[in-house]
Design a protein around this ligand. Sequence first.
Ligand code: PEP
Length: 251
Amino acid sequence: MRKPIVAGNWKMNKTVADALSLVEGLKRDLAECKKVDVVLCPPFTALKAVADAVTGTHIDVGAQNMHWEKSGAFTGEVSAEMLRELYCHYVILGHSERRQYFHETDEIVNKKTKAALAANLHPIVCVGELLEQRESGKTEEVIEKQVRGSLAGLSSKELLDTVVAYEPVWAIGTGKTASPQQAQDVHAFIRGILKAISDEHVAQSVRIQYGGSVKASNAKELFHMPDIDGGLIGGASLEPRSFIEIVQGAF
Ligand code: PEP
């Protein structure tokens, strides 16, 4: 039985003060939440404050990116160990905005995934097709390439520590959500790839989140599909009430 995981990707939003006020708004309803793994992914600048604020609760903290090297001359970058030092347990990798604006390839995402795992961080590895790829019938081809490339060389144990997020790019921040069946079909397809690169146990155990315009009004329907194990939430994670209701949709 897979435990659902709902993560809020705050992107480049929230000062430390704003982040703390959002956490306060979430804590009353989510601090004791045991049915769902709840993860908050603030910008780097607010990680420490958010990690301190959720100490003693069941809420976890994640980062939105990291470099694959441990240290060195990489101006502006942050390593997995630096994130661990701030009590981060998760890191989002290969988000479509990183792939699109910062030219991250599957090879880069793979290096980051391995570095995250080596530092005991759970990577949340994002994959998803563009609208024109879906419309030209290439969704499965694109997803297979991204999943195989991003997860290449991972052991079964490493795959079990990894979360995959299926985020159709056309659904991110657009208000257009994949229908529950469209999302379910891709999630089942991803499980098939996990089986091919590992085994049935891994395929049935790895959690696969859906992301792309999830709201309180559509979360339950999506999260109750058999292969959808919660969500990666952008816009709707920036306001306490909508994020709480989305998490409750995963119960
Ligand atoms: C995201 O950026 O991961 C995301 C899913 O965004 P939104 O929920 O705003 O579509």
